[in-house]
Design a protein. Sequence first.
Length: 87
Amino acid sequence: MGIVIDFREDQPRWQQVAQVIRERITAGTYRPASRVPSENDLMQEFGIARMTAHKVMRALREEGAIYTVRGMGSFVSPPDTTAPSEA
């Protein structure tokens, strides 16, 4: 059985699941360039529909937290190296 999320909250399910994945990335559970769960994995772990899992992955891609390689899966993006350097 997967993680328990209170789906009665006002926040949509996809946002709750995306937050869990973000927290795992921040905590180092998923490290840069490591694979993140697929949509099927999210469906099974969180008991969500395919469309919900798709929204989770799309949101994480759009914010730059993950990137997808066709035929290989989705991976944690490297840390932001474009931060301005101190002079």
